[in-house]
Design a protein around this ligand. Sequence first.
Ligand SMILES: [Zn+2]
Length: 288
Amino acid sequence: MDLLAAVKAGFIIGDGGYGATIISHGLASGECEESWNLAHPERIEGFHREFIQAGSELLQANTFGANRVSLARHSLADKVGEMNRAGVEIARRAAAGKDIFVVGSMGPCGELLQPYGDLTEDSALHAFSEQAAALAKAGADGLFVETFTSIEEAEIAVRAAKQTGLPVAASMSFQASGATVMGVKPEQAVERLSAAGADIIGANCGIGPAQLFPIMQEIKSCFSGPTLAQPNAGMPQLVEGKTVFPETPETMADFAVRFRDLGINIIGGCCGTRPEHIWAMAEQLRGK
Ligand SMILES: [Zn+2]
């Protein structure tokens, strides 16, 4: 089924975060997460399988930082095509024989746009267009522009993603204050992301489900299209030098039900959301 048709017909259970898992499996500090698509594809496939077994109905390929600008920081700018293709193919292998959507993940460039930083609009558009084209060519069912804090950069990424003709979700990362770190409020995000062509709008990362809930209420109040909510497993805490996400699977599951009742169409998790969280969420949402 087409991704947009599926979300409009009800809701889909997403997956969780991969970063912490990849780090716990030995990603070196400063090493590029997406480089594992080429170096350790079997491990990434295993992480996807764990989420599928837990109940995920949609996988995000491990391609969050696989744009030319981000990869250049690891001297891997020539690997854009290869890493995005591998990311989608790995998720497809994990989902083989099952009715699971595979979407390409597109995160920010990790640099500020001019005039605040050195990134030009042209180079951002080129980087996102190149990544989006690679993900589409690899057979992604949709593109998730996610974890953006700058509305200008998110708009550029949405425009680039829309060029592929695939369904595009645009998701910004809010703080507990109710705005992104760049000061974008949900209403502004909805207005500008929908004008840029986003088919699905939502929020992910940054905060836990309790803080994300009122933001999703605001998004719902001014956007009639499909929506996405992928909170972190709670607000990150630093415990003995390590980042810990404290939310229990049960609490994530309670919120998953509240998100569904609010009419959210894609319900998953971001950082710290492990297969056991998705398991509890799926159990509540699908009653399995
Ligand atoms: Zn996150």
